[in-house]
Design a protein around this ligand. Structure first.
Ligand code: COA
Length: 157
């Protein structure tokens, strides 16, 4: 039987930190579904379609990229997946992630959350930081995939 995990996030935009988590998850699971949250509350820079397209452009094998609205646990049931992946960058992520994992377990005990440690090279990184750096023409070389860098430069031209 194929093992599948869901990796949810806003991905506004995807960074090399996220890519590293996806690649490491693929060593554990046969397939990874990257679930891109609408997350309008965060006022995203890129539309849901743009964020999905940027991840698809990576052309990763065994990866499905889907947009989603609503609850993660409902998505897990819909896709018949019982494992969710989250990345942990630093101790500061732990409190929020614990809250998220416990809320999800409260709603559906069959869904487990697995945490992968973010590569130390990207542990300081966030999508907001990347956007700030790009907005003020700071170098983001090596922090995001090349096509994401171009999309950011276009957006802030
Ligand atoms: N490398 C680099 N950056 C990383 C990272 C990594 N490995 N892992 C996380 N980040 C950054 C992201 O870039 C993001 O930065 P930003 O805040 O500057 O944009 C930040 O960490 C957190 O982002 P993300 O992991 O995408 O979490 P989120 O809080 O934006 O969204 C969802 C998490 C998708 C689970 C949530 O928002 C959602 O939409 N849930 C649906 C409703 C639900 O089911 N809620 C749970 C129960 S109530």
């Amino acid at each position: 039987m194929q093992s599948t995990a869901i990796y949810p996030g806003s991905f506004d935009p995807i960074t090399n930190g996220h890519v590293s988590i996806i690649k490491r998850a693929l060593r554990i699971f046969d397939k990874v579904i990257v679930a891109v949250s609408e997350n309008d509350a965060k006022g995203p820079l890129f539309s849901l379609d743009e964020r999905v397209a940027m991840i698809n452009q990576l052309g990763l094998d065994r990866v499905d990229v889907i947009p989603f609205k609503g609850l993660l646990v409902d998505l897990c049931v819909e896709k018949d997946v019982s494992v969710m992946i989250r990345g942990l960058r630093a101790v500061s992520d732990f409190e929020y992630e614990l809250q998220l994992a416990l809320a999800n377990r409260r709603m559906n005990r069959d869904v487990e959350t697995i945490f992968l440690m973010t590569d130390y090279k990207y542990s300081f990184l966030s999508s907001s930081m990347i956007k700030d750096m790009a907005r003020f023409s700071g170098s983001i070389d090596g922090l995001v995939p090349e096509h994401v860098k171009i999309a950011l430069q276009e957006r802030f031209k």
